[in-house]
Write a protein that binds this ligand. Structure first.
Ligand SMILES: [Mn+2]
Length: 457
């Protein structure tokens, strides 16, 4: 792994020191193993646990670290002759220990629990080991109690604000992602299915010898929010929504969405809605700075969307009233974004512990309930800004909602915009001391520039 300044060893040492000031007790973190796909030797790709990655720096397979008073101990087994026969040369424990600045290194069998706290990993086999070693049942990570919950809260305090090395890694992921989206746009004129565009985009990520940060959404059915099918053929009048991004080899993620016309030219109705979503996106980014409540950015996006839809004659009334009634959520049912870091929804394994400030819980309102982040922004946080407009049949055809919003939606006018199924524009935003920096700014958002990138092929 290529890392420049600051060095991995130094960055990890600083993270350990910071952890001690938040949580003085011993900590054990496991990297986990891959889960079996259809039989044990055929597995899903391995992804190390993110809390482990934060303190161990490398995606080690089936390893653990023990942290106590700023000391780092590594527990992993050296490769066996059989491992080397099947998988080739693998790093040895002592090599890895030197690379991450471990104070000591032992075989996995020497790991003792003591009074350590931990965070449960995702794979069941490792979670069983955690339970056995610590002599307590490991619940899912969003239901932690006692010392484990205290540890989770301490880790959240650290991982909320990214250090220099983390930001450098997110930048790396973002650069690959920008290249992937441009490749997807360039591939569109000759592509006949969603799958071909997905291949062009993911091919860039694979060529950088890394992986996607999450399952790609590459679809002409943008109204299906997490659509993971790629079989549809492309028609000239379609919009293609692509929500896909790389993670760096170190695990740090990016998360980007663009929406472009298959023909290389937005229709007038598509362009009208695109401009509203883009205005919401731009206004939220301009407003992002330390001290601003993220929920206020969400409400700003809702208000800009509502005002734009009033101007187009789709909604009736004042934007403020419409947002208070959640009328915007008929077309923008999700939150404006989330934390970004080692996880694409950073630390979402811990439920809302990271996303919601202490004492805050999810709203039951239609227009707020899917908001994943509700905290004041701080310098060093990375968040996404991703407003969208969708015509979701399950929402718009729902008899109760049609009745409730009978007066405020001009359904006849809405029908004119039937060639807009889903539009989302998403960028990665680093909060700085004085404002914000868009880490994915190298990928255009303006409609005319998007059209150029699609046509330039
Ligand atoms: Mn996102």
């Amino acid at each position: 792994m290529q890392l420049t300044e600051p060095s991995l060893v130094e960055a990890l040492r600083q993270r350990r020191q910071q952890l001690v000031s938040q949580f003085p007790n011993p900590v054990i973190l496991w990297s986990g193993r891959s889960s079996a796909r259809n039989y044990p030797a055929n597995t899903y790709p391995f992804r190390a646990n993110s809390h482990f990655l934060y303190f161990a720096g490398l995606p080690l397979y089936n390893a653990a670290i023990r942290l106590e008073a700023g000391r780092l101990e590594l527990f992993m087994d050296d490769p066996t002759p059989a491992d080397i026969l099947w998988h080739g040369e693998l790093p040895r424990r002592e090599q890895v220990a030197a690379e991450i600045g471990a104070d000591a290194a032992y075989p996995l069998s020497q790991l003792k629990a003591g009074e350590a706290a931990t965070i449960p990993v995702m794979d069941g086999a490792t979670r069983l080991q955690q339970s056995q070693l610590l002599d307590r049942i490991m619940p899912p990570a969003n239901l932690l109690q006692g010392v484990d919950r205290d540890l989770a809260a301490a880790i959240v305090e650290l991982r909320l604000r990214h250090d220099e090395m983390a930001v450098a890694q997110v930048r790396q992921a973002a650069a690959i992602t920008v290249e992937a989206h441009k490749a997807g746009m360039a591939a569109t004129p000759r592509a006949t299915t969603e799958a071909e565009i997905r291949a062009a985009m993911e091919g860039v990520v694979i060529a950088h010898n890394t992986t996607c940060a999450y399952s790609s959404i590459v679809t002409v059915q943008g109204e299906v929010l997490h659509n993971n099918f790629y079989h549809h053929s492309l028609q000239a009048g379609d919009l293609l929504l692509a929500d896909m991004a790389a993670e760096a080899q170190s695990g740090w993620a990016s998360d980007v969405t663009r929406t472009w016309p298959v023909s290389g030219r937005f229709s007038a109705t598509q362009r009208d809605i695109y401009e509203i979503v883009l205005a919401a996106h731009d206004r939220c980014i301009e407003a992002a700075r330390p001290g601003v409540e993220y929920q206020d950015l969400h409400l700003l996006a809702c208000e800009v969307m509502a005002a734009g839809l009033v101007e187009l004659g789709i909604l009736r009334g004042s934007a403020t009233d419409l947002v208070e009634q959640d009328a915007h959520a008929l077309f923008f049912p999700h939150g404006v974004g989330h934390l970004l870091g080692l996880d694409v929804h950073d630390m979402e394994d811990l439920g809302d512990l990271a996303g919601y400030a202490a004492g805050r819980t999810r709203s039951s309102r239609f227009g707020l309930g899917y908001l994943r982040l509700n905290r004041p922004l701080q310098a060093g946080m990375a968040v996404t800004i991703e407003p969208g407009f969708y015509q979701v049949p399950a929402i718009l055809q729902d008899p109760e909602r049609r009745e409730k919003y009978r007066e405020v939606v001009n359904w006849e006018r809405l029908a004119v915009f039937s060639d807009v199924r889903g539009i989302r524009i998403e960028d990665d935003v680093l909060i700085t001391e004085t404002g914000r920096e868009v880490l994915t700014a190298a990928l255009p958002t303006q409609a005319a520039k998007i059209e150029q990138l699609v046509k330039a092929a």
